[in-house]
Structure formats: structure tokens, C-alpha cells
Write a protein that binds this ligand. Structure first.
Ligand code: SAM
Ligand code: GLN
Length: 307
């Protein structure tokens, strides 16, 4: 269903106010099949007016300027077609930090905060932190993970890689925005190729962390429209069984990991057994552990390289 023509004409009859604009936009969004219709309408109106969502209610019945109405309507029309709110507003909160988001990067997911939380906990246990704890993040996208870790663990030095130079630009901007650009090296390339210049120094990293693409190729077409039609395929497609990146990282990772170094992965909820098996079969890892997210789904796997 297309809510656009209806929305576009709806404000014509009476002067629009935030109250009426939100009611009508939320109606159009839900008819277009958007589940979070009201919330999305509020986020987009707040964005157009340059205020917080709470602030919308203070001027709830004040007239809306015509140019703002127009801008709001055009964003609502795009949202009706499935474009993610974060691409429309150019931002998303992650780990309580405000991240720049463009269509070059995956929109950071709340689930991924568990990866950061687990990493922070495991770094906290590491005895070598004072000596300079070196972390490699593969596939940094918006930089959400690397920047959050840099904020949490100022003593850590981080290498953040991505195959997409456009994504790395976004990550760099986010690192500057949060004052941690000097803690992170940004490197473009296919997984470890990005840090190949360090190969003379085997066992360089104390931790490798990654939320790699893990959607099974054949499941790609069944992803929600917002994800499938708008987010970068290169950020999502994990090959036929979704495990391509885990296989490659486990295989090559040991060369880059220090003795007793850690690997942390975000995983798809039904992948824990297979990813744990990859570590076991590699023969040089121990203590594979699975962590569940707040919905009770397996979401993170960690393993330690044998000393
Ligand atoms: N770390 C971000 C997050 O958690 O929100 C983005 C994760 S996204 C699922 C995967 C990222 O891996 C994308 O930014 C994508 O560009 C990158 N990527 C895909 N293939 C890659 C490869 N061969 N080497 C390095 N990065 C790759
Ligand atoms: N959880 C992501 C989704 O919403 C998939 C992310 C990934 O492939 N790493 O589809």
C-alpha cells in the first residue's frame, strides 16, 4: 500500500500542527506496513524541527511552518517506501553515543551492544592492559564498536578495518566526533589484508572483534524490506551458510593473535554451535563461550587462543 498521496494531501485543509502532522503521518506509515509508525513519525518530525522527541509535545498545537511541513512530508513518503529512519536523519544512538549513519554503513543494532559489553568485560580481566592492549576490529562499518571500545578503554589501541572506503570515512568521522580518532587506525582492505603491513609482527593483537556479514545468501531476499532494499549487501551477505567470514577469521586470526589473545564474534541466533565448532576444529583455541542477548538469543561467541 502506498501512503504517500494521502499523506501529501492531508495537511492541505487546515494549518498543520505537530499534533495533526504526527497523527496523519503515523496513520500513513502504519498503512504502509511500518510497525514503529508513531515512533518513526516523531523521530522524523523532531529531526526536521531540530528538537528532541519530548520537545515536540511542548508546541504540540502550534502551527508548523510550511517549509518544515514539506520537508517532513517528503521524509514520511520515503519512510513509507521502507527507507530506514537512521538514513533519513543521518544518525543512530549506539552505546549511548550519537553516531553518523549514511547508506554506506549498516545501521548499528542494539544487539551489537552485547559484543561491546562482552569485550569490555574481557578486556577488564586482561592483565596486560597497562602495557597497551591492541584490538583489531574487522568490518567496522559506522565504527560503532571501535569507537565505543575506545571510549570505554582509553588505554587500548584499536585497528578498525573495512572493505568499503566509504564506510571507513563514516567511521573516521564518528571517531573524531567522539574524540577518539587518535586511538584508532583506520585501514581499508579485505579482512586481514587491511593490516597486512603488520605481518612482520606475528601475534600483534590481544583481541580480534567482529560483527561480520552473516546472513545466508539464500535468506537475503527474505530480510525485512528496510534492510534488504536499503542497507549495503556487502555488510550482510555471509555466503551460502552465513559462516564465510567466521571461517576466514578463525583460520587466519591465529597468526595475528597474541598468545592467550581473544576472538569475539557477533553471530546469528542459530549459529552458536557451528561457530564454536569452527574454534574447536581449528585446534588452537580454548574456552569457547556463548553469550545471550536481552531477548535470550545466542548473540556473541568468544574464544581464547591457546598460550
Ligand atoms: N561493525 C559494524 C556494526 O557492528 O554495526 C558494521 C558491521 S556490518 C554487519 C559488516 C561490515 O563488514 C560492513 O561494514 C562491511 O562493509 C564490512 N565487510 C564486508 N566484507 C568485508 C571484507 N571482506 N573485509 C572487511 N570488511 C568487510
Ligand atoms: N542482525 C543483522 C540484521 O538485522 C545482520 C547483521 C550481520 O550480518 N552482521 O539483519
Amino acid at each position: 500500500m502506498n501512503g504517500e498521496p494521502e499523506t501529501l494531501s492531508a495537511f492541505g485543509r487546515r494549518p498543520a500542527t505537530p499534533r495533526r502532522a504526527l497523527e496523519q503521518a503515523a496513520g500513513a506509515l502504519s498503512r504502509a506496513g511500518i510497525e514503529s509508525a508513531r515512533l518513526d513519525a516523531e523521530a522524523l518530525l523532531a529531526h526536521v524541527l531540530g528538537v528532541t522527541r519530548e520537545r515536540l509535545y511542548l508546541d504540540y498545537d502550534a502551527p508548523l511552518a510550511a517549509d518544515r511541513q514539506e520537508r517532513f512530508l517528503s521524509l514520511i513518503a520515503r519512510r513509507c517506501r521502507g527507507e530506514p529512519v537512521a538514513y533519513l536523519t543521518g544518525r543512530r544512538e549506539f552505546w549511548s553515543l550519537d553516531f553518523l549513519v549514511t547508506p554506506a554503513v549498516l545501521v548499528p543494532r542494539p544487539d551489537t551492544e552485547l559484543l561491546v559489553e562482552t569485550a569490555v568485560g574481557l578486556i577488564g580481566e586482561a592483565p596486560t592492559l597497562e602495557l597497551g592492549f591492541k584490538i583489531l576490529e574487522l568490518g567496522t562499518g559506522s565504527g560503532a564498536i571501535a569507537v565505543s571500545l575506545a571510549k570505554e578503554k582509553p588505554a587500548a589501541e584499536i585497528w578498525a578495518t573495512d572493505i568499503s572506503p566509504a564506510a571507513l570515512e563514516v567511521a573516521r568521522t564518528n571517531a573524531s566526533r567522539h574524540g577518539v580518532a587518535h586511538k584508532i587506525h583506520f585501514c581499508a582492505g579485505d579482512l586481514f589484508e587491511a593490516v597486512a603491513y603488520l605481518t612482520g609482527r606475528r601475534g600483534f593483537f590481544q583481541m580480534i572483534v567482529s560483527n561480520p556479514p552473516y546472513v545466508r545468501s539464500e535468506e537475503f531476499d527474505r530480510l525485512p524490506r528496510d534492510v534488504r532494499d536499503f542497507e549495503p549487501r556487502v555488510a550482510l551477505d555471509g555466503g551460502p551458510d552465513g559462516l564465510d567470514f567466521y571461517r576466514r577469521i578463525v583460520r587466519a586470526g591465529r597468526l595475528y593473535l597474541a598468545s592467550s589473545g581473544l576472538v569475539l564474534f557477533e553471530i546469528g541466533e542459530d549459529m552458536a554451535d557451528e561457530v564454536v565448532r569452527l574454534f574447536t576444529d581449528a585446534g588452537c583455541f580454548t574456552l569457547a563461550r556463548v553469550y545471550r542477548d536481552y531477548s535470550g538469543r545466542d548473540r556473541v561467541v568468544s574464544a581464547r587462543k591457546l598460550p
